[in-house]
Ligand binder design. Structure first.
Ligand code: MLT
Length: 246
C-alpha cells in the first residue's frame, strides 16, 4: 500500500504552492494537496479557528476513506497539522512541519494580526500582495520574477473573507508547544535557512522536543522553502518518506 501524503498550504496561499511537490511525489506515493476551506478553488467558508481547519482535514479523510496519512503542513498548515495531531493522532503516520511553529502569537503578533484584519476589510488582498512576498521570500527570491509573480498571483486570488477568518484563527490559536514531547510519530522539521518568520533556530529547538525527529535546513531559501529550493526540499522529503516504508 502506498503512502498517502496530505499537503496543507500556508497563508494567504493555496494548494498551488505545492506544485513542484505534487509533480515529484505523485510518481512515488498518493499525494493530496488540499485547498483549505475558503482558499484556492474551495467554495467553502473559511473557519475562524485552527481547530475548524483541522476538522476540514478530517472530513476530507473521512470522505475519501483514508485512515492513515503523512501530514505535511507549511506555516499555517503546520499549525493545522499540530491541531489535527492533537485531536486525531491515530490518523497520522508521520508529520512534516515546514517553516512553522508550535507556539501561539505574541501580544505584538496579535496586534499585527488586527492591523492586517483591518487592511483585509478595507482593501481586500492589496496589502497582502504588496507586503507578504518580501516576508515569504529571500532577497534572491524577490529578484526572481517568475517566483515573485507566482507568489503575488496566488495571494491575489484569495478571498477577503477567507483572509480575515484565517487571520482570526491564527491570532487566537493556542500554544501547542506542550504537544511536542508527546508526539509519537516520526517527524521531519524543515526550515529555509533565511526564514525570518519562523527562524531555523526556533524550529531546531522545537525539533529537539520531539523524540523521533529530524531537523533539516533548506539552502538559499527563506519562509517559502519548498518554492525557493524545490530540488533540495523534495530530496529531503523523499528520504524521509522512504524511511517510513510502505
Ligand atoms: C504562513 O505562511 O502561513 C503565515 O506566515 C503564518 C503566520 O502568519 O503565522
Amino acid at each position: 500500500m502506498s503512502i498517502k501524503v496530505v499537503f496543507l498550504h500556508g497563508f494567504p496561499l493555496d494548494s498551488s504552492m505545492w506544485r513542484e511537490q505534487e509533480e515529484f511525489f505523485k510518481q512515488r506515493c498518493d499525494v493530496f494537496s488540499l485547498d483549505l476551506p475558503g482558499f484556492g478553488d474551495s467554495t467553502k467558508v473559511a473557519p475562524d479557528s485552527i481547530e475548524g481547519f483541522a476538522e476540514d482535514v478530517k472530513s476530507f479523510l473521512d470522505e475519501n476513506k483514508i485512515k492513515k496519512v503523512v501530514l505535511c503542513g507549511f506555516s499555517m498548515g503546520g499549525y493545522i497539522a499540530l491541531a489535527f495531531y492533537e485531536k486525531y493522532p491515530q490518523f497520522v503516520k508521520a508529520l512534516v512541519l515546514v517553516d512553522t511553529r508550535a507556539k501561539d502569537d505574541s501580544d505584538e503578533g496579535k496586534k499585527l494580526r488586527n492591523v492586517a484584519i483591518e487592511e483585509a476589510e478595507k482593501n481586500g488582498t492589496v496589502f497582502f500582495v504588496e507586503n507578504m512576498p518580501s516576508r515569504l521570500l529571500s532577497e534572491e527570491g524577490m529578484k526572481n520574477p517568475i517566483i515573485l509573480e507566482r507568489v503575488r498571483k496566488i495571494i491575489a486570488k484569495q478571498r477577503k473573507e477567507s483572509i480575515k477568518n484565517a487571520l482570526i484563527a491564527m491570532r487566537d490559536r493556542k500554544d501547542r508547544s506542550f504537544l511536542l514531547n508527546g508526539i509519537e510519530v516520526p517527524t521531519l522539521f524543515i526550515c529555509g535557512e533565511r526564514d525570518v518568520l519562523t527562524p531555523p533556530q526556533e524550529m531546531k529547538e522545537m525539533s529537539l522536543n520531539v523524540k523521533n525527529s529530524r531537523f533539516e535546513i533548506i539552502k538559499n531559501a527563506a519562509h517559502l522553502s519548498n518554492i525557493e529550493n524545490p530540488a533540495q526540499f523534495n530530496a529531503l522529503l523523499n528520504i524521509f518518506l522512504e524511511s517510513l516504508g510502505g
